[in-house]
Design a protein around this ligand. Structure first.
Ligand code: ADP
Ligand code: ASP
Ligand code: MG
Length: 403
């Protein structure tokens, strides 16, 4: 008997017909003799609809109330999935996060799972039942409902896989697996059969929404093998596991992009030790994450221009904080919110020189200007004008022979 997590994303439970279909996948796994915990997301679009409603009530909707509102999406799908399983003659039961409990810690709408109760569900599994659990929601030590960030059902699935010591964690979604780039945007994208945790973590952090980054991080930390596959096809999917299992014939494994970026430039900043710290300290205290940083020193060595990138929805808050910061002197402040970040990721980069050059040359051929650059051992990220995103991705995909 294999102990499995089957996680179904929003599209996979996006209608009654689809829930019935997903239940049949569970039925097959159950009939094969596996012990199953099913994790479900809210129906596709439901979380966004709920968010929209909260905005309609107030632009400053209380985040604690938002946790309660958003948790309701997964409450709907656990019951419907359980109903569909019962209808197929399978013994199944749903649990809400507080009943299990899935204990969380942290800010409203952005908590993280710290522990999960196993007793009740294990008892139910032993009696031959299928447990149906909501993704995305948890409960704090003071019994408040919490959510764990967008796309968080992946993180729930992986956390359950770890704490229940499951043999594998299958992530059912609306594409056939992890692709070399978003298959819905670039049709020539190729399915990747195997990918390392490290590469998947980079790809998902850099915009490949197919897996949520913190879920990949937990899987990597505890060596939980993940299998991403489609709810709607029989194709084999993508296995995410440790590097030693992977054969690297390609330098670049995938290309990701994110359009959530914005760029801020402070011109004519006094060039002395501690200036960057003075600029970034109040931003970090306000939970604003700085991504790329570029500093150009003027020819007289006294002034500098400092450019950095942040998430686009942090832009107005960041500008406000900088304007209020009395500790810094600069000549002018400018910003650009129409930028995107494109990244090439591949563990093969470690042993292959010249990948950065290849990337620059490819974009130069397309006459695409590069506004900022950052690199790590296995990724290169560039900021470009948002309008060039798809053209740049297509070109890189081709240049790195991913087509
Ligand atoms: P789910 O609701 O199942 O969690 P998501 O919408 O969160 O699904 O993630 C699946 C989507 O991720 C796909 O529909 C696809 O458009 C997008 N995506 C982005 N980059 C990639 C990639 N490299 N490989 C596969 N899918 C990707
Ligand atoms: N329903 C949540 C969201 O849309 C969680 C998830 O789907 O993973 O973000
Ligand atoms: Mg998702």
């Amino acid at each position: 008997m294999t102990k499995k997590i089957l996680k179904f994303g929003g599209t996979s439970v996006g209608s009654i017909e689809r829930i019935r279909h997903a239940a049949k996948i569970v039925q097959k796994e159950f009939n094969d003799g596996n012990s199953l915990i099913v994790v479900v997301s809210a129906m596709a679009g439901r979380t966004n609809d709920l968010l929209k409603k909260s905005y309609e009530i107030s632009q400053n909707f209380d985040k604690k109330e938002l946790d309660i509102l958003l948790s309701s999406g997964e409450m709907e799908t656990i019951a419907l999935m359980t109903g569909a399983l019962n209808n197929l003659g399978i013994k199944a039961k749903s649990w809400l996060s507080w009943q299990i409990p899935i204990l969380t810690q942290g800010e409203p709408t952005n908590s993280r799972i710290i522990n999960i109760g196993t007793e009740k569900i294990n008892e139910y599994l032993k009696k031959g039942g299928v447990a149906v659990v909501p993704g995305f929601q948890g409960v704090s030590e003071t019994f408040n409902l919490k959510t764990i960030g967008r796309g968080g059902s992946d993180a729930t699935a992986v956390a359950i896989a770890k704490i229940f010591n499951m043999d594998c964690c299958e992530i059912y979604t609306d594409v056939d697996g992890v692709f070399s780039t978003d298959p819905n945007k670039i049709p020539v994208a190729k399915k990747i059969d195997k990918i390392s945790y490290e590469e998947m973590l980079e790809l998902s952090s850099l915009g490949a929404k197919v897996m949520q980054p913190s879920a990949v991080q937990t899987a990597m930390m505890y060596k939980i093998p993940l299998h991403v596959k489609s709810t709607f096809s029989e194709r084999e999917g993508t296995r995410i596991f440790s590097e030693e299992n992977i054969d690297y014939s390609k330098v670049v494994t995938g290309v990701a992009y994110s359009k959530d970026e914005a760029k801020i430039t402070l011109q004519g900043v006094e060039d002395k030790p501690g200036v960057a710290a003075e600029i970034f300290e109040p931003l970090s205290k306000n939970q604003i994450n700085i991504d790329m940083v570029i500093q150009n020193v003027s020819s007289d060595g006294k002034k500098t221009d400092l450019t950095f990138t942040i998430k686009r929805n942090d832009l107005s808050k960041s500008l406000e904080i900088i304007k209020k910061n009395k500790k810094i002197n600069y000549m002018s402040l400018s910003h650009n919110e129409k930028v995107s970040k494109i990244s090439a990721v591949g563990a093969g980069m470690i042993t292959t020189p010249g990948v950065t050059y290849e990337m620059f040359r490819a974009l130069a051929e397309e006459k695409i200007n590069i506004l900022a650059i950052s690199t790590s051992e296995i990724k290169i990220s560039l900021i470009i004008d948002e309008s060039n995103t798809v053209r740049a991705i297509k070109k890189l995909h081709k240049s790195f022979k991913l087509d």
